[in-house]
Structure formats: C-alpha cells, structure tokens
Write a protein that binds this ligand. Structure first.
Ligand code: NAD
Length: 250
C-alpha cells in the first residue's frame, strides 16, 4: 500500500472496534503512527496487539474532557504534534419519542456531540503545522427513521460542525470534513438495543435503499477516511462524503 501517511501522527477515537479499528489499520498500512482510544482496556489491548507497533492505545472516554487532556498530553510528550484526527467514537441507541429517557438523551449528546467537540478542540494546540480532521457522521442525519431521532440529531450536529469548523480553521491549514456512512456491518449495531429479528429487518431495508443493494464494510469507510486524511485531498474541506460501499441514497 502507498506510504502517503508516512511520518504522520494520527488519533482515532473509538479505535478498538468497527470503523475506528478498520481505519487505524489502513492509516498504519499507509505509514502513520496511530493513537487509538476506547473505554475498555481489554478491548484496547486486543486492538493494539492486532495493529502492531505503530499503534498506541490510550484508555479513555470521549465524554470525559479530562481523559482527552491525558491523551493529548501523552501525544505532546511522545510526538509533539498531531496531523490527523478521526473523531469516530460514538454510540447508537434507539428509542421512540414519547418514551425517551434522560439517560438515553444525555448519553447520546455527551458522547456523539460533546465528545466530538472536545476531541477536536483539544487537538488544536498540537496542530500548528496544519492537518486533517475527519468527523464520523451518518446518513441518518438526513433520514427520518422512526425511533432514531436523538441519534440522528447528534449526527446532524456533527455534519454541521464539518462546515462551520472548516471556516473557523481557515488560514490554519487545517481541513475539516465529515464522512456519512450508510449502514455498515460492525459490532455497533448489536449494542443499539434492537432484537435480532429487528436488526435483520433493518439490514434488509438498509441494503434495499443502497444502489449496490448491500450494506457497507468498515474497511470501505476506512479507505474514504484515509483519502480525507491524506494530502491527496488537500483541496477538500467543509465537505461530507457518503461512505457506505454503495453510496446510499439520501
Ligand atoms: P462500534 O461499536 O464497533 O465502535 C465504536 C467504538 O467507539 C468502540 O471502539 C467503542 O468502544 C467506542 N466508544 C463508544 N463510546 C465511547 C466513548 N464514550 N469514549 C471512547 N470511545 C467510545 O461501532 P461503529 O459502527 O464502528 O461506530 C463508529 C462510529 O461510526 C460511530 O460514531 C457511529 O455512530 C458511526 N456510524 C456507524 C454506522 C454503522 O452503520 N455502523 C453508520 C454511520 C455512522
């Protein structure tokens, strides 16, 4: 694989599973050194063992600003800078309007919105040399799927950040883009509170609205994120790429 990320230092939040792990894998294959974060130490250790010596695991929760401070302080000491941030950590959870709970709403807002804000803002002091920030949104930002209201709203916010932050960072040589994957087969769906039959039905529906007639793979999203991380996309900022292996209809 081309070594176009050689010498670059990357951060992937939620890098121990699914899209984050697949992206860390491609970043490393293309030459980057990658810091991955995750909440559970055992899963993080397994991911680092799989990724090899160019991966560093830092346990932490993106909804806790102090954990992010610890991450960036370590990177400052070890590498002195950050070139690429993939703000990927996020949770999906379903609940219908009428039975939303404070716990459901707070968890989604804290991780999917506030976690992205602090992940990015706290990286900026280490990005004086410019760089690329990629946010993981979702096609649900522009869908109206029943029961997904709060999750969808968090992803609409993320999508908006790519536009506004690219303007905020104009002149600093830092690009900000979002990817909006369609339905990607990752362990994330098992955690979203759907029963097995509901999940199968959802996968069939989602494949049906995708031009290729199938759901996406995490490795496919990783290729799109790697393009946005690389200098090959140096002219792209404030954009959103639909990345699901089939470019789902929106
Ligand atoms: P996943 O569950 O396989 O991976 C999520 C990762 O984020 C895990 O490593 C998890 O430990 C981590 N994480 C969750 N909460 C965290 C927190 N508070 N702090 C630190 N790490 C945390 O799921 P995935 O499908 O790979 O999801 C990754 C991202 O992709 C999410 O933001 C999700 O919303 C987004 N996404 C997924 C799909 C899909 O269909 N799978 C589609 C569009 C967008």
């Amino acid at each position: 694989m081309t070594q176009d990320l050689a010498g670059k230092v990357a951060v992937v939040t939620g890098g121990s599973s699914g899209i984050g792990l697949a992206t860390a894998n491609v970043f490393i294959a293309r030459g980057a050194r990658v810091y991955i974060t995750g909440r559970r130490q055992s899963e993080l250790d397994e991911a680092v063992a799989q990724l090899g010596s160019q991966a560093v695991g830092v346990q932490g929760d993106v909804s806790k600003p102090a954990d992010l401070d610890r991450l960036y302080e370590l990177i400052r000491k070890e590498d002195g800078r950050v070139d690429i941030v993939f703000a990927n950590a996020g949770i999906g959870d379903v609940a219908a309007l009428g039975v939303l709970t404070e716990e459901h709403v707070d968890a989604l807002l804290d991780i999917n919105i506030k976690g992205v804000i602090w992940t990015v803002q706290k990286a900026l002091p280490l990005m004086d040399g410019g760089g690329s920030i990629i946010l993981n949104a979702s096609i649900v930002a522009s869908k109206g799927w029943a029961n997904w209201s709060v999750y969808s709203a968090t992803k609409a916010a993320v999508r908006s950040f790519a536009r506004t932050w690219s303007a905020d960072l104009k002149g600093r040589n830092i690009r900000v883009n979002a990817v909006s994957p369609g339905v990607i087969l990752t362990p994330g769906h098992q955690k979203a509170g759907l029963k097995t039959a509901e999940l199968e039905e959802f996968y069939t529906y989602a494949a049906g609205i995708t031009p290729l007639g199938r759901n996406g793979e995490d490795s496919e999203v990783a290729k799109v994120v790697s393009f946005l991380a690389s200098d090959e996309s140096s002219f792209v900022t404030g954009s959103e790429l639909f990345a699901d292996g089939g470019f789902a209809q929106v």
